[in-house]
Design a protein around this ligand. Sequence first.
Ligand code: SF4
Length: 71
Amino acid sequence: MKITIERPRCIGCGSCSALCPNYFELDQAGLSHFLGSKAEPQETDELVTDDLGCVQEAIDACPVQCIKVVI
Ligand code: SF4
């Protein structure tokens, strides 16, 4: 499955990185991206994984609903 973060919609609240730090972190612009990603602020970041782990918690906590799972 693929997880996406619509970075232009992220408000940098930090909930995803606090709840699920092995997937999400805030970049230098204060926007969420996947660990080690080089995505630009205007880009949607994508990660393909078989293990959702704590991602659902991050999805549920995101106040602007910009994290999605694409099956
Ligand atoms: S929870 Fe949503 S708004 Fe908050 S930092 Fe993560 S992606 Fe951005």
